[in-house]
Design a protein around this ligand. Structure first.
Ligand code: FES
Length: 198
């Protein structure tokens, strides 16, 4: 392994620990809240039990990603640039399921090369399909590695492209899952509910 690769793995591990700590903290809040569910108003109780989550996206810049929790699961919302979208066509031969043929991994409306409703927004669950670690963003383009950006799982090295499509020859067997979602407005996404046809 080169020094550069070791560096990158060390950086990813540190980043992963930060994210894991943050998510563990949030999960702790969720668990602590459960005994009080019965005392919540109906709308607050529904939210805590897994009601859809509204996420404002108007301020997101290209290449920026937000993480939200829905039903205790981490969900990534990435705003892709035109270049990021164009790059999805480059390295398809490296992918295990480029055409989203494993139907459980996405709603029908995301079974396309971008795995999304709109080209500019990717919405995927932040849970590696190997053993559930949170993949880290790695959006740097490295042509020598045929890497146009994507996600890297720090636990056992699985790789996913910017549509959440898994690479061949890694431990993760399938693409990252796309949760049900829809655009309420241009600047607002609802996670956890769709219209069936987006
Ligand atoms: S949990 Fe991601 S590669 Fe094992």
């Amino acid at each position: 392994m080169t020094d550069d690769e070791q560096d990158r793995i060390d950086r990813n591990r540190r980043h992963f620990l930060t994210v894991a700590t943050a998510v563990t903290g949030l999960a702790g809040v969720g668990l602590a809240a459960i005994p009080f569910l019965s005392s919540l108003k109906p709308s607050a109780r529904a939210q805590a039990l897994g009601a859809p989550v509204e996420v404002p996206i108007g301020a997101l810049q290209e290449g920026e990603m937000v993480r939200v929790l829905w039903r205790g699961k981490l969900v990534y919302i990435l705003k892709r640039s035109d270049a990021m979208v164009a790059g999805l066509a480059d390295n398809v031969a490296n992918l295990e399921d480029p055409d989203s043929e494993v139907v459980e991994q996405q709603p029908d409306y995301a079974a396309n090369p971008m795995r999304s409703i709109r080209p500019d927004f990717l919405v995927v669950e932040g849970s590696c399909t190997h053993l559930g670690c949170a993949p880290l963003e790695d959006f740097e383009v490295r042509p020598s590695e045929e890497w146009n950006g994507g996600f890297f799982c720090p636990c056992h090295g699985s790789k996913f492209d910017l549509a959440g499509r898994v690479w061949q020859g890694v431990p993760a067997p399938t693409n990252l899952r796309v949760p049900p979602h829809r655009f309420v407005r241009d600047d607002l996404i609802l996670i956890g509910q769709d219209t069936g046809a987006a």
